[in-house]
Design a binder for this molecule. Structure first.
Ligand SMILES: N[C@@H](CCC[C@H](N)C(=O)O)C(=O)O
Length: 294
């Protein structure tokens, strides 16, 4: 190892590692493969990477060693603010693509702190993820107090009651006539931190276009407005079917692209199918971690 590399390594073990910038329906994803490394980025590292010029991300998917044989990796998922999420649908497709390209696998098993995920390649740049069963009990979302999760009155901003769903992470969905009538960038942060959500929440505005088609805009917990959110699309599909607004198969159109959601009757699991795009790979240098962490 040359001197520059060994000094940089002493500063931060991420220096010299490769990251892979991808997107899933426009959701900006950074894949960092730390299998075999025995460490995870610190929250301040995650924040530094999120604000690194030309790099950035909505979520960073850090691959670690899987506990079970047959699982390709364990995914630790960071938001821009350094907080963790137990689920990320678009990031899961990106990780699946990264691994599928390495191994040629067309089916993969991955794990997160929320559970195990099955992924199937559907095309050169398309994947279906079995996101597991939604959780609809108020304690599982979690909400701060007992409530009918199909109808949570947050009494704010002229919005109707929200439908709350956990896909391993908490979502509140507001069905509105027209998304444009609301400024999600302004109300999103306040709803994310509403006292009803002890672990904060991802906030979505949904507009029904047809019984099998919904428009969606998402304010993501720990990140902000994004072009797409896979778990929000799953949660919205579930909320819409629950309310009789849609069937169990629905197309969700987000600013960055479309996701197909199928809430299976047979086993209650939610399938999410959508695209991935590979942008670039880069080696991390020490300058990324040298700024202030405000
Ligand atoms: N973009 C993701 C969800 C990201 C996680 C979220 N911000 C959270 O903290 O729960 C997706 O595609 O599902």
């Amino acid at each position: 190892m040359d001197d520059r590399r060994s000094n940089a390594f002493a500063e931060n073990p991420l220096v010299g590692r490769a990251v892979h910038k991808m997107n899933g329906a426009g959701n900006a994803i950074l894949v960092l493969d730390l299998r075999g490394a025995g460490f995870l980025p610190r929250p301040e590292d995650a924040r530094a990477l999120a604000r690194a010029p030309g790099l950035g991300y909505d979520q960073m998917m850090v691959l670690g060693d899987a506990a079970d044989a047959g699982e390709a990796a364990f995914m630790t998922i960071f938001n821009q603010d350094g907080s963790l999420s137990a689920a990320c649908g678009n990031g899961t497709r990106c990780v699946a693509h990264y691994l599928a390209e390495q191994t040629g696998a067309t089916e993969l098993r991955l794990a997160t702190s929320a559970g195990k995920l099955f992924v199937r390649r559907e095309g050169p740049l398309a994947y279906m993820v079995d996101m597991g069963a939604p959780r609809l009990d108020w304690r599982d979302i979690p909400l701060a107090r007992e409530a009918d999760t199909a109808c949570v009155d947050l009494a704010a901003f002229g919005l109707p009651p929200a439908s709350c769903v956990s896909m391993g992470n908490p979502h509140a969905i507001f069905f509105v006539e027209r998304i444009e009538d609301f400024d999600l960038a302004a109300i999103g942060p306040r709803l994310e931190h509403d006292p009803m959500f002890p672990q904060r929440a991802n906030i979505s505005l949904a507009q029904s276009l047809a019984p099998d088609h919904i428009r969606l805009q998402v304010w993501e917990r720990g990140t902000g407005l994004t072009l797409a959110c896979g778990t929000a699309a799953c949660a919205t599909g579930v909320a819409a079917a629950r309310a009789g607004r849609a069937g169990r198969r629905v197309k969700i159109s987000l600013p960055g692209g479309d996701l197909l959601i199928h809430w299976r009757e047979a086993d209650d699991h939610v399938e999410m199918t959508g695209p991935v795009q590979v942008e670039f790979s880069q080696t991390l240098d020490a300058a990324i971690f040298s700024g202030r962490d405000d």
